[in-house]
Design a protein around this ligand. Structure first.
Ligand code: FAD
Ligand code: FES
Ligand code: MG
Length: 268
């Protein structure tokens, strides 16, 4: 996991929980990628970005040093999270999904909700932000898929237990890998707990014009960049979304392989 504090005073001033930016590292036509605004320091005019290195652009970003510049950052984009005093909320984060979930859990706590957080990761080394969730949660449940830390379970297991409580949670927020959000929504649907998910589709322009981020919600086409990124998880067609997310896997792998080979050849 990588972290950066980026000087962007206008974005820091306008940003609300749930929103994201789209950046391109160089001005020579480099790829545009969306990242959530994980935190903000208004007094310094900076925003926090937290990312996982999964391919070419996130690897390039990870190579930047303190003091380097990012050519373009557009934001804040997307609709902010609807924050209100629901009562008890359960916040479920998986992997890098904990980063976009943190500002939401923080805002929910600030308006007086009882926050139960469930954090999951494949193994101990991939678990992020546990300490920061501990600060904003009334109850924190941590699990790893392989049992290398805390409870050995998928997040759906503790989520089901929390939903079985009397009273059940009033609202759920789930952010993580798409299959994880799909299965969490199957659990909360059984208990009739309203559930917001934040969708991580492929994005290009971020303005609703290219169609790259199209998803199906309640049978209608929606654009995650302008209509989302959050939607009612019980209405999202996750299977279609997963299919669209995998559409460019071959080209993405090729770009990453070429990038790594190039770096290797110039001895970096
Ligand atoms: P690639 O090898 O090009 O792609 C790896 C995978 O990333 C792809 O299979 C696809 O699923 C996804 N992806 C690729 N290109 C894009 C693109 N242009 N837009 C969106 N997804 C893409 N990741 C984080 O680590 N931290 C965050 O805070 C975060 N916030 C996000 C917020 C939103 C609203 C969205 C839509 C995505 C967010 N992501 C976040 C995912 C992040 O954008 C991708 O991991 C990144 O674009 C991958 O780029 P790459 O070139 O390194 O990898
Ligand atoms: Fe182009 Fe949403 S990113 S329409
Ligand atoms: Mg890429």
């Amino acid at each position: 996991m990588f972290w950066a504090e980026v000087e962007a005073p206008l974005i820091a001033q306008a940003r609300r929980p749930g929103q994201f930016i789209i950046l391109s590292i160089d001005s020579d036509g480099s790829e545009r990628i969306p990242l959530t605004i994980a935190g903000v320091h208004s007094e310094r005019g900076t925003i926090e970005l937290i990312w996982q290195r999964v391919g070419k652009t996130t690897a390039e970003l990870a190579r930047l040093q303190a003091g380097d510049a990012i050519a373009n950052i557009a934001g804040p984009l997307g609709e902010p999270t609807h924050i209100e005093r629901f009562g008890t909320v359960v916040c479920v984060g998986g992997g890098i999904g904990n980063a976009p979930l943190l500002p939401i859990a923080t805002a929910l706590k600030q308006v007086g909700n009882r926050v139960v957080s469930i954090l999951g990761a494949r193994d101990k080394s991939r678990l992020i932000l546990e300490d920061r969730f501990a600060e904003v949660s009334d109850e924190l449940i941590v699990c790893t898929d392989d049992g290398s830390y805390a409870r050995k379970a998928l997040v759906t297991e503790p989520l089901q237990e929390v939903c079985q409580r009397d009273p059940k949670p009033n609202q759920a927020f789930v952010i993580g890998p798409t299959p994880m959000m799909k299965f969490c929504c199957q659990v909360t649907r059984r208990f009739d707990v309203p559930t917001q998910v934040s969708l991580n589709t492929i994005m290009v322009d971020g303005t609703g014009m290219c169609g790259g981020c199209r998803v199906e919600v309640d049978g209608a086409a929606k654009f995650v960049c302008v209509d989302g990124p959050e939607f009612d998880g019980h209405k999202v067609n996750f299977d279609l979304m997963i299919k669209r997310l995998n559409a460019y896997k071959k080209q993405e792998q090729q770009a990453y392989d070429q990038y790594r080979q190039h770096r290797c050849q110039i001895g970096l």
